[in-house]
Ligand binder design. Sequence first.
Ligand code: ZN
Length: 244
Amino acid sequence: MRIAIVSDIHSNLHALDAVLQDADNRSVDLYHCLGDIVGYGAFPKECCDLIQEICDETVFGNHEHAVLYPKHSMSFNPDAKKAIDYTIEQLSESTIDWFHSLEPHLVLDDFTIAHGSLRNFDEYVSDATIARLSLEILQTDLLFVGHTHYPEGYQYDLDTKSARAMDLISEGEAVLEDGLRYLINVGSVGQPRDGDTRAAYGVYDTETSKIEIIRIKYNLKAAADAIIKAGLPPHLSKRLYAGR
Ligand code: ZN
């Protein structure tokens, strides 16, 4: 089975459309979402509707959490906060109810999905030391996360109890080996921060144990213009062009 993993869409409908089209061309069987569907971009409602329609399983991210509990979003910068206010205006009650029903992480058949880390939906896994904290409590051999907007991977050796960064991958593939645990960050669909402006997502082939990180060009200008038109902070439009 081929499973597409999408994360950090951030209301970027143009990027999401391009990713879903690409995944469809690759005959993906199933879609899962790692959260942060909303925030930053102009199309929260449209993105939530699409994710709800297409994804089999979804976990919530810190931006969904901020929509539900705006007073808890103290760590958000002023631009991100403004986008949360805009998002709350745009979303229907049924979408808010859906957010309430989402879990911070889910153990699926032979892998686990989470937004930030297994320990905390708002934890940034940005090095092997932090990755290890999730990998040592993982109940499956594979964990998918998002949140940092950097596609990358870490592997954990059960014998030595040590974790290290993989040579993976801002765009590329890795075949998972038996006897190791893996944490794979699939990057961000709607606001990449690794200097590459293209949308990122992952495809996991359960038969070959292969994970591919795919980068897709999309109509970035249309997404950036829509942010301005919606009255959102111009910086949120500009950063799409920088991929930061
Ligand atoms: Zn995010």
